[in-house]
Write a protein that binds this ligand. Structure first.
Ligand code: HEC
Length: 369
């Protein structure tokens, strides 16, 4: 598929740029020329794709990227531009960037990796004569899981072409993406659990699949690097309401792509796996919000099964997602709150003691003449 190919080219482009250009100088002439051809190919592919509202503005940002590339601008800027263009292209041509099923475990991908990849990339991803190392964290942070998945798209694989010699289905490609993502963190300990609370969207789909660690603050980047190599461990960290929100986002993507029954299925899953486990708790904490969410769920279900305008469906889903965020906040008081309570108790006691002391001093003071 053409859109997948363009996306592929853009994500490798972003990852390769610092190897081609450093401090305003071309340090690898051959790679730089190859990158130039990649950008041209992306522009040609975009021309060949069907016209969409938003395509012209994407063309403009590709032209901007081309200018930055020609001017040998700093890597972080060029990478950000290339990745932003890739994300817009994926949205414009509705590429499904997260799996509908839970992510496979790296152990699911390992046998596939041994069969199809190890001869070039090495058993542990250390690289060899046939292919580069996949075990460098510095390199891996530039790619999302989806980028790895997309690199293996048989119809868009510009890296391997016929060399791969394997026709992989979607589930196998996700399993391989996870196996590749595990190499840099293979013998590392998991990040601390409170990071999952601080960055809930990164332990749920689609965040886990579509985020490039390089775009995050350092603690989040390190954590994501680990989490995506161990999706089976991450599932226990995922907050049900965040899962519900993620599934609704996937439902919207499916709906936009014309897959109404897939969208309906995901919305039902979001309700069952995300909301139901916490419904009673929320009804106790905030009955009005719980009732509103139930209404909104009903409205979404009706919109998905009725003959309504697509804007109505999408708005219903987005309203529901907003309410789910509120619900999560209602169920989990922000972490500073207990500290605030402790401090107010201490301050109150101090004030009371001081008052008492003053009062006693006043009483002891001999009456003035
Ligand atoms: C015949 C050898 C060969 C086989 C088999 C092979 N690769 Fe590769 N792979 C390469 C080469 C060579 C490159 C670098 C291509 C380039 O940069 O133009 C590469 C690049 C990659 C990259 C991008 C790495 C980066 O940092 O840019 C990933 C990811 C990757 N391969 C994964 C896989 C997986 C997964 C498999 C198995 C399904 C596989 N490869 C099979 C030779 C191979």
């Amino acid at each position: 598929m053409l859109a997948a190919e363009a996306l592929n080219l853009l994500s490798s482009f972003a990852a390769d740029y610092p190897d081609a250009v450093q401090e305003g100088q071309v340090i690898d002439e051959r790679l730089y020329r190859q990158q130039d051809r990649q950008l041209e190919r992306v522009q040609a592919v975009l021309q060949a794709l069907p016209e969409r509202p938003g395509r012209t503005s994407l063309e403009r940002s590709l032209n901007g990227l081309k200018r930055d590339f020609a001017a040998l601008r700093p890597a972080d800027l060029v990478q950000r531009r290339a990745n932003a263009a890739a994300d817009r292209l994926a949205a414009l041509y509705q590429l499904q960037r997260a799996p509908i099923h839970p992510l496979p475990a790296a152990t699911d991908g390992e046998p596939l990796y041994r069969r199809h990849c190890a001869r070039c990339h090495g058993l542990r991803g250390a690289g060899g004569d046939g292919g580069p190392s996949l075990a460098s964290a510095e390199r891996s942070v530039q790619f999302s899981l989806f980028d790895y998945y997309n690199l293996l798209d048989p119809s868009a694989d510009t890296l391997h072409g016929a060399r791969l010699g394997a026709d992989l289905n979607s589930w196998q490609r996700w399993a391989l993406a996870v196996a590749v993502a595990r190499f840099p963190v293979a013998d590392q300990l998991p990040p601390s659990v409170d990071l999952a609370q601080r960055y809930p969207a990164l332990v749920a789909l689609p965040g886990l699949a579509v985020t490039r660690p390089a775009t995050l603050p350092e603690d989040a980047a390190t954590a994501l690097l680990w989490w995506r190599g161990y999706p089976e461990a991450v599932r226990t960290l995922e907050h049900p309401l965040v899962r519900a929100g993620g599934l609704l986002q996937l439902a919207e993507t499916a709906y936009r792509a014309g897959d109404t029954s897939g969208a309906y299925h995901k919305a039902v899953l979001a309700y069952r796996q995300g909301f139901l486990p916490l419904r009673a708790q929320l009804e106790k904490r905030d009955p009005a919000l719980a009732a509103r969410i139930l209404d909104q769920w009903q409205a979404l279900r009706e919109a998905l099964t009725g003959e309504v305008n697509s804007a109505v469906v999408l708005a219903a889903s987005q309203r529901l997602r907003e309410s789910l965020v509120l619900a999560r906040n209602r169920l989990e008081p922000p972490p500073e709150q207990p500290a605030v309570i402790v401090w107010s108790a201490i301050l109150f006691t101090l004030a009371a003691v001081t008052g008492l002391l003053w009062w006693r001093r006043l009483r002891r003071r001999p009456p003035s003449q």
